[in-house]
Design a protein. Structure first.
Lengths: 163, 412
């Protein structure tokens, strides 16, 4: 319907209807990280199987929420599965840059401390979520699972055996 | 439309209903969240600000006296509207939340401690949960909860046991999620038989029902202005005078004192004892205009309109959307206020609200500040449509049509 095609792109609805990597991992040994959006009640649980070198061997997603939060989580899981820690963190930075550059424009604080985009990172399907920035209250839906992933990677790094 | 209210005429009194949003007329179905304001309220506040604005109870010049009279006129209008015996018992706060906090911080902290208990219900708004959770943490007060029936009513089968030994019962007059109208008088009698006081969270009740705090039999009554066509920033507490007299001050500072000395202070008399600092003066003027507007419609007619329109909405939503829609709360319109919370198959409430917005239809989505109730219902969020005096069947039809749009968009 008019005005909404930027938000509800077909690929987003596809990930919402058929979420990838849906489920749980035994934790421990996997890491279990919860993310909440206290304003709307959305929640996402990210299960991470992180190798000793920090790469994401496996990832599962559970939780509940709107099409944007759930499809973003699904796309995130597909994008980072099998990636090294550095590649996953670069994806997080690139995705949040896509969201937050616009957030900063909305705040009118564009000049101050702009987040560097990641020109070398290919977001691929994730670019479908770019339309979310036109609906500012939904940005936090899109970033919920990414913030949760970042927290999980931080915890994994803190727990990792020192080489 | 066979109706108790002339909604076509009423709509003309609300300037915001003329605006266009996303190329559609505004279909405002979120009055349980906050109501829109009639021109009479807007103009009363504007006229007062342009002609008589000054601080109150402080100065002797003419406009200050006019301002004081206008502010106290708001109090008298509210006293009349809830049938309080005396305006000394009508305390202005900024909203119902602050009114409940006033009772928690003043009455409860002064009177309750370990070994005392408070009885709440599972359907309370966070405003009538969190002050008591905090009190439990600080003072060791026990909290008990009245559960719910499958039909969204309070389950009173175990009331005698639950209420035994409690000092306070605190309950919403009308649930902001389920719309359930609670049996306040019955709970008041049960509370008093048990030696307890009754607090009513009237935030959803007073805008929709003829409110008579004496007939309800309650001891504390919290209400808010912005849900009853008045401005945001003003609400209040009614309590019996002997309770208020015995309660210590809550917020302190100017206005609420009679004397301040280096060695102490003396509180002001009621109701100003509980009104620290410069109060919501312009808002009290707007509140009076809102009360007079509702009195002009007649609260019995307002209630009748709620029942008719809620009945129409329940009927058409069910007929049109069948098994796709799950409506929470009592199925009988006479048992509920103008609040309809629902979940739509395969469409998350946020997405639903976003799609409806494209058709100009405003509904709330989320947990409605009632997370314990959401858990009880087994849902993370619901969509909520709520009607008021300016809504008609065409608004409900617009809701139904935009739900079809959402269904098409998210169809699997």
């Amino acid at each position: 319907m008019p005005g909404l095609e930027d938000l509800y792109r077909e690929i987003i609805l596809d990930h919402y209807r058929n979420p990838r990597n849906r489920g749980e991992l035994d934790a421990p040994p996997a890491l279990r990280v919860e993310g909440f959006n206290p304003l709307c009640g959305d929640e996402v649980v990210v299960y991470l199987d992180v190798a000793d070198d920090g790469s994401v061997n496996d990832i599962k997603i559970s939780g509940q929420g709107c099409s944007i939060s759930q499809s973003s989580a699904s796309m995130m899981s597909s994008a980072v599965k099998g990636k090294s820690a550095e590649e996953a963190r670069a994806l997080i930075r690139a995705f949040k840059a896509m969201m937050s550059i616009h957030e900063q424009r909305l705040d009118g604080s564009e000049e101050e401390d702009p987040i560097q985009a990641e020109p070398d990172v290919k977001l691929g399907d994730l670019e479908a979520l770019q339309g979310v920035v036109k609906f500012p209250v939904r940005i936090k839906c899109a970033t919920l699972s990414w913030n949760t992933l970042a927290q999980g990677l931080d915890e994994a790094a803190a727990d990792a055996p020192t080489a | 439309m066979s109706g108790s209210l002339d909604v076509a005429r009423i709509k003309k009194d609300f300037p915001i209903l003329d605006r266009v949003t996303h190329d559609h007329r505004l279909v405002y179905l979120d009055s349980a969240n906050s109501s829109q304001k009639p021109r009479a309220v807007i103009e009363a506040m504007e006229h007062f600000t342009e002609h008589s604005y000054a601080n109150i109870h402080r100065a002797v010049y003419e406009i200050a006296e006019e301002a004081t009279a206008a502010y106290e006129g708001g109090r008298e209008a509210m006293r009349r509207f809830i049938n309080a015996p005396s305006s000394r018992e009508v305390i202005f706060t900024k909203n119902a939340t602050e009114a409940i906090n006033l009772v928690a911080y003043s009455w409860a902290r002064h009177n309750l401690g370990e070994g005392d208990a408070i009885l709440l219900t599972e359907m309370e708004h966070h405003a009538n949960f969190v002050p008591w959770l905090v009190l439990r943490e600080e003072k060791g007060v026990e909290l008990r909860f009245i559960g719910l029936t499958e039909g969204g009513q309070l389950d009173l089968t175990d009331l005698d046991r639950l209420i035994d030994g409690v000092s306070l019962v605190a309950v919403a007059g009308i649930s902001n999620v389920l719309g359930t109208i609670n049996p306040v008088r019955q709970l008041a009698d049960a509370a008093h038989d048990a030696g307890a006081l009754l607090l009513v969270d009237g935030a959803q009740y007073t805008p929709h029902m003829a409110t008579d705090v004496q007939a309800l039999g309650c001891d504390f009554y919290a209400w808010t202005g912005h849900k009853m066509l008045g401005p945001s920033g003003i609400g209040g507490l009614w309590a019996r005078e002997e309770l208020l007299d015995a309660m210590p001050a809550f917020l302190t500072g100017g206005e609420m004192i009679r004397d301040v000395r280096l060695d102490g202070w003396t509180p002001n008399e009621l109701p100003w004892k509980f009104e620290a600092g410069t109060p919501p003066i312009v808002e009290a003027v707007g509140l009076r205009a809102a009360v007079e507007y509702l009195e002009g419609l007649g609260m019995d007619a307002v209630r009748e309109h709620d029942v008719e329109l809620t009945g129409y909405a329940l009927r058409t939503l069910t007929e049109r959307h069948g098994d796709k829609i799950t409506i929470h709360g009592p199925s009988e319109p006479a048992a509920r206020g103008g609040v309809i919370s629902f979940v739509y198959e395969n469409v998350h409430p946020h997405d639903l609200s976003q799609v409806l917005d494209q058709s100009g239809v405003c509904v709330r989505a989320g947990h409605h500040c009632a997370k314990p109730l959401m858990r009880r219902l087994g849902v993370g969020a619901t969509a909520r449509a709520s009607v008021y005096v300016y809504n008609d069947e065409a608004d409900v039809d617009a809701l139904n049509e935009s739900l079809d749009e959402a269904d098409r968009l998210f169809a699997i």
